[in-house]
Design a protein around this ligand. Structure first.
Ligand code: PMV
Length: 333
């Protein structure tokens, strides 16, 4: 018995951090995935292998080992909690063990949603493996609960994108998800530094700042909200100039929230100098990634970013989580 599920990573265009306080956000699913393969074992052990991260470990989901200080092994927490969640939901009794193999194309700790993609793909694979056939809204919901459990605070944006794919506007208080049209070519480039970002710590640092200076920070959150709403219109009307300018303003406000770093700042300005009309931190900041929007000079921006850090062009993924049968046939859920 073998099941494979894959789920895309994501990049946030507008609204990170503010989304934690009920503000809207816009994000895209990207063409980099997590692929989770589950195979039955003859014994009762659960073994996880993530070859790209050098991980090969036995899991005991009931014992809740937390690896929060080891970014690489942190991925095991999401897998372990996903197993626990599915076991609780299904009331599964002791069964044969599993080999879980994770193939990760998304750099970890880079703000590109690697943990959500692994969680969504793991829950989906487990759902098929155990013949539970969860629906997409259930998968997104359970994966968000796992993220909350591991991280303490998390908006549903990452798990939503990994589940549904596309370009998503998440409304105030995450009440509604709107799919925005995909028929524009966004020409996006990611630049990422090897310094990994810790979402939990960064969310906490913004919370402390907000509590210490509410009259200063609350208007920043309100401004990010306005930026996101204007950006939604710019996306629908395919207005590149406005979109780029709003990204630049959003970056300034993320800097004001204290989540910028010298490496990220350098990449943001290198991208603009090379011709990007918009560039900003994407995700939690504090390391991780920037996103640049460059409709006319994509190769120039990519080349300049690659001179200083890692960079790649992203394409949007209209597909969310899928069950893969073999490597060719894909089943939409
Ligand atoms: O984990 P990251 O780097 O993709 O950041 C997520 C964005 C935050 O708004 C900072 C947190 C969240 O859960 O939305």
């Amino acid at each position: 018995m073998q099941v494979i599920a894959s789920a895309p990573g994501k990049a946030i265009l507008f609204g990170e951090h503010a989304v934690i306080y009920g503000k809207p956000a816009i994000a895209v699913a990207i063409d980099k995935k997590a692929r989770v393969k589950i195979r039955e074992r003859i014994d009762s052990k659960t073994h996880v292998e993530v070859p790209g991260l050098g991980i090969s470990e036995y899991l005991e989901p009931e014992n809740d080992v937390i690896h929060e200080k080891q970014i690489n092994k942190g991925i095991l927490d999401y897998i372990s909690k996903s197993l626990k969640k599915v076991n609780q939901l299904s009331g599964l009794k002791k069964q044969n063990g599993m080999d879980i193999n994770v193939d990760l194309e998304i750099p970890i700790g880079s703000g590109l949603g690697s943990s959500a993609a692994v969680t969504v793909a793991t829950i989906t694979a487990l759902s098929f493996y155990n013949k539970l056939e969860f629906k997409k809204d259930e998968i997104a919901n359970y994966a968000h609960q796992v993220e909350l459990d591991v991280q303490g605070a998390a908006s549903p944006i990452d798990t939503t994108l990994s589940t549904y794919g596309g370009v998503i506007y998440l409304s105030r208080n995450s009440e509604e998800i709107t799919h925005l049209p995909l028929n524009w070519n966004p020409s996006l480039i990611i630049g990422y530094t090897d310094r990994e970002s810790n979402t939990r710590e960064l969310v906490e640092s913004v919370r402390i700042k907000k509590e210490s200076y509410p009259s200063v920070i609350n208007p920043i959150m309100d401004s990010i909200e306005q930026i996101t709403d204007n950006a939604r219109e710019a996306i629908v009307c395919e207005n590149a100039e406005i979109l780029g300018e709003l990204m630049n303003i959003n970056h300034g406000l993320l800097d004001a929230l204290g989540v910028n770093t010298p490496e990220l700042s350098r990449m943001v300005y290198i991208a603009r100098k090379a011709g990007a009309i918009g560039s900003k931190i994407t995700g939690a900041g504090g390391g991780g990634s920037i996103i640049a929007y460059s409709p006319n000079k994509i190769d120039e921006v990519l080349g300049e970013l690659q001179r200083v850090e890692n960079a790649f062009i992203i394409k949007l993924s209209s597909l969310g989580v899928q069950q893969e049968v073999g490597r060719t046939w894909k089943r939409r859920i």
